[in-house]
Design a protein around this ligand. Sequence first.
Ligand SMILES: C[S@@+](CC[C@H](N)C(=O)[O-])C[C@H]1O[C@@H](n2cnc3c(N)ncnc32)[C@H](O)[C@@H]1O
Length: 189
Amino acid sequence: MIKGIINYSHYLMEEAVKKGDTVIDATCGNGHDTIFLSQLVGEDGHVFGFDIQEQAILNTKARLVRNKLTNATVINDSHSNFMHHMPVDKLTRLGGAIFNLGYLPGSDKSVITHSESTILAIEGIISHLKQNGIVVLVVYHGHEGGEEEREQLMKYVRLLDQKLYHVLCYGFINQKNDPPFILAIQKRN
Ligand SMILES: C[S@@+](CC[C@H](N)C(=O)[O-])C[C@H]1O[C@@H](n2cnc3c(N)ncnc32)[C@H](O)[C@@H]1O
């Protein structure tokens, strides 16, 4: 079966990330990906989660507690500031990051991710990734502001040096209403 968008985003992370790695959830929201990543890296690994909305941070922390997971640090700041919050020993073990772009469903639709900070974060993260490490972006673009972010992102990833990175685009091209798609950037050996 062809994998759906969320399943495929998780599959890509599972393929690239190892137990004991550090990973980033760049857009915690309600914490679903934070939980997934926490279980993926195991007790010896660590998740750094970011969100600019306090409610998202509270929701993610509560979800971690409910799942009895203690290997995650959740930070109320923009993903573009990730470097300020991650100790060097953790940064050197960076195996991957995941972004769910757009707004938090059921929340304020005017709080969205923006191309400027998204690209700044990606740029920093890929420079710190281990070899074969991966950044997975789930690009929601049907909302106001989504088209601008999508276009800037496409422009940015298309220019990444193919000798250094594999860049993948995965999506369903016969679906109505601007379905989300995946962009993935993997650091090459
Ligand atoms: C589509 S939601 C994420 C959904 C989440 N992965 C989940 O499992 O529920 C996007 C989130 O990105 C957050 N966000 C927007 N700009 C951000 C930024 N610069 N840094 C970190 N988070 C940001 C929003 O507050 C929102 O919660």
